[in-house]
Write a protein that binds this ligand. Structure first.
Ligand code: GDP
Ligand code: ZN
Length: 305
């Protein structure tokens, strides 16, 4: 029999036969081999597992292959990492233009991480009621940067209700990861999607994330309107440790496409003659902000190696 892990409860797991929400406990007996020794948790929320019944107890026997997963390192230099979530259908990255102001290199780093792990991303522009009028041009500019990159952008406000329905619809039939810097309105959004999640969501503080047992804090919740939610405050700490410098541009979808026209391969898209990525930036097909984030990542990469 198969089911999906909806919570790591420390000594046991909670499973549900998704898409049906019928939670039951299960244990992991014996050893399931860890692929990489530095992963601290063998099973993550979202993992599809096989189990068998032994004396009324569900025993997990196998983890089925993951379509994708989100991994988090305790610190940038740490070798220890744990899997936050597996088999995610969509990552919603919540940002606000103001209160707090989004830092584009920070957002781009998260988007690169999503590309790296094969998770489609949607950008949620929150709290639009606070700045729609005075910042109309900034909103348009923000949209143009990320539309060129191919990311869907949904503008929302929990005050006016704008955009909530479209996210609710998009969540149906999917496992959805919600991520965002503290204060952007992520918990407010999840509560707006389903008020019954009110007491449960948003209780994981950043301070907790420094602790060791953080994996048990991640949990999947069903939305009354359909689909499932995983609240993930930890996305901020994602490092690009696994990415080779030459590879970074591949995780900018608009650069990956343009790079087909570069004269040299590999091309770092910095100084090479006949670089199609630089040409695309000059023609306005790739936003300079995105290109600058890319250059910043290359620089940072140098510092760490
Ligand atoms: P989180 O840390 O990302 O979970 O953010 P919260 O959901 O706790 O929201 C942070 C603050 O922003 C709270 O004071 C919310 O009331 C406020 N907030 C959240 N969404 C909106 C919104 O759409 N409009 C306005 N005006 N305030 C919002
Ligand atoms: Zn190039």
């Amino acid at each position: 029999m198969e089911a999906t892990v909806v919570k790591n409860a420390g000594s046991h797991y909670l499973l549900s036969p998704l898409p049906e929400w019928k939670v039951f406990p299960a244990v992991l007996r014996g050893k399931i081999r860890l692929k990489a020794s530095e992963i601290t948790n063998p099973i993550a929320v979202g993992d599809r597992v096989s189990y068998s019944m032994e004396d009324d107890t569900a025993v997990i026997t196998e983890i089925l292959p993951r379509r994708n997963y989100v991994i988090r390192r305790s610190t940038n230099l740490s070798r220890q990492a744990h899997i936050i979530a597996a088999n995610v259908d969509m990552a919603y990255i919540v940002v606000s233009l103001y209160f707090p102001e989004v830092k584009l290199p920070f957002l781009d780093r998260i988007l690169v991480t999503c590309e790296l792990y094969g998770i489609p991303a949607t950008i949620v522009l929150s709290k639009t009621d606070l700045y729609r009028e005075p910042a109309a041009e900034e909103i348009d500019h923000f949209r143009s940067i990320y539309e060129k990159a191919g990311y869907p952008i949904i503008e929302i406000s929990v005050k006016t209700g704008e955009g909530i329905d479209s996210i609710r619809k998009a969540c149906q039939g999917r496992v959805n990861l919600f991520s965002g810097e503290s204060g952007v309105g992520k918990s407010s959004l999840i509560k707006a999607l389903d008020p019954s999640l009110n007491p449960k969501i948003g209780t994981i503080s950043a301070a907790h994330l420094q602790g060791k047992h953080t994996t048990s804090l991640y949990e999947m919740y069903p939305l009354a309107s359909g689909g499932f939610v995983i609240d993930s405050p930890g996305i901020r700490g994602f490092g690009l440790v696994d990415v080779e410098k030459e590879e970074i541009a591949r995780y900018f979808p608009e650069m990956l496409k343009a790079a087909e026209g570069c004269r040299f391969t590999p091309c770092t898209h910095t100084h090479e003659p006949g670089c199609a990525v630089k040409a695309a930036v000059e023609e306005g097909l790739i936003a300079p902000e995105r290109y600058n984030s890319y250059l910043g990542m290359l620089e940072e990469d140098k510092k760490f190696r």
